[in-house]
Design a protein around this ligand. Structure first.
Ligand SMILES: C[S@@+](CC[C@H](N)C(=O)[O-])C[C@H]1O[C@@H](n2cnc3c(N)ncnc32)[C@H](O)[C@@H]1O
Length: 269
């Protein structure tokens, strides 16, 4: 399969049925998502029309819709989109969400008469894309100066992951993100994942977009593969969630958690 977006979609197809159980509904998934939702509410407002990239099963699209925000939500995985559409069919017909099976690399196929008030991507869908420059150039045509992009990437250095795997005597896994790319193996299929630094992301999005803010997500809250631990230690987990509110904004900590949430603004280039 030569188209990387289509290939990534096919790999995620295999995860679609269990994604909400394994991540969306997990303690860690919910805690990390709540942190993103707090920023979403400050970034977009009712009546905005938002483009969501790599929307998965639509959890964030339905949240935005509940706030009166319209969402055009895309994903490369047909199965993820099918799950999202099943859920949409159960909601009120006026829910302002449209789901579309479209890889991010092909956003240029959206009609240019279509304009959005902002773009959102949650939980690492953009880490599946090797070259973000064409994505930035396309998005620059879909939003206007002053509009914002809110992107949640997996970080290159995750201190919790490094410590966890080093303690287990697995140095290769501990440092798997640090070289900037790796291959995830899901049900026998290989998926290339990229870990751009904040500086590289800024460079890819310039000159059309400027970085306005950054916040860590999953700084004190651990990565999702520690869900069994979080379930066994609910009190410690709750304390980590409170600590997250502080650490997520501190320089150094905010770039070394599981994810980083970047807000970029469209500027006149
Ligand atoms: C970890 S999931 C996150 C899903 C959702 N944003 C969420 O917050 O639950 C990553 C998503 O990115 C999608 N994805 C991966 N590569 C993509 C691409 N090139 N274009 C569009 N979607 C892609 C996958 O199909 C998957 O649904």
């Amino acid at each position: 399969m030569s188209d990387p977006g289509i290939a990534a979609g096919a790999v995620f197809d295999q995860m679609a049925a269990s994604y909400d159980r394994d991540f969306t509904g997990s303690l860690i998934g919910r805690a990390q998502r709540n942190a993103v939702w707090n920023v979403l509410l400050k970034t977009f407002r009712a009546k905005d029309n938002i483009l969501e990239l790599n929307c998965g099963t639509g959890e964030d699209a339905f949240f935005l819709a509940s706030q009166g925000i319209s969402v055009f939500a895309c994903d490369a995985s047909q199965q993820m989109i099918a799950r999202a559409e099943q859920r949409l069919a159960l909601t009120s017909p006026s829910t302002p969400v449209v789901f579309c099976h479209l890889p991010t690399e092909r956003m240029g196929e959206l009609s240019l008469s279509r304009r959005f008030d902002g773009v959102f991507s949650n939980f690492s869908g953009l880490n599946c894309i090797e070259d973000l420059n064409p994505v930035a150039a396309t998005l620059a045509k879909l939003v206007k100066p002053g509009d914002r992009l809110l992107f949640c990437f997996s970080t290159r250095i995750c201190l919790a992951e490094i410590s966890y795997y080093l303690l287990r005597g697995q140095p290769t896994k501990a440092f798997r993100r640090c070289k900037g790319h790796t291959e995830a193996h899901l049900n026998g299929s290989a998926l290339p994942i990229f870990y751009p630094t904040v500086r590289a992301i800024r460079r890819s999005f310039a000159p059309h977009f400027q970085l306005r803010s950054r916040m860590g997500v999953g700084v004190a809250i651990p990565p999702s593969y520690l869900e069994p631990w979080a379930n066994r230690h609910p009190q410690i987990f709750r304390a980590l969630c409170r600590l997250e509110d502080v650490l997520a904004h501190l320089p150094l900590f905010r770039t070394t958690g599981d994810h980083i949430l970047l807000c970029l603004e469209r500027v006149d280039a």
